[in-house]
Design a protein. Sequence first.
Length: 100
Amino acid sequence: MKYAKTVAVVAGSVAALGAAAPAFAATTPTAPRLSLTTGVNELTSTAPQIPDQVVNPVVGAVGQTAEAVHEDGTVTRSAETVIGVAGEAGSLLGGLPLGG
């Protein structure tokens, strides 16, 4: 019988606290009014600014690497290989071969 009384007291206390507490969820939240321009402006205003001394060498290195790969012909050979394999694969529907 002690447990039943303890449970009743705890349940009553919780119910009393719930009734006395203000209803915070009662307010209707408004959706933020964002457009594409507002979103981009918000992102760019909060993004950290990277100094040109860091960005310029990285952009230069990427450009040199792209030129070297293009002159080497690696991209052309890779594209030709992919086209050849795709042509030999046959017709697929959802990744499964069609009968025929």
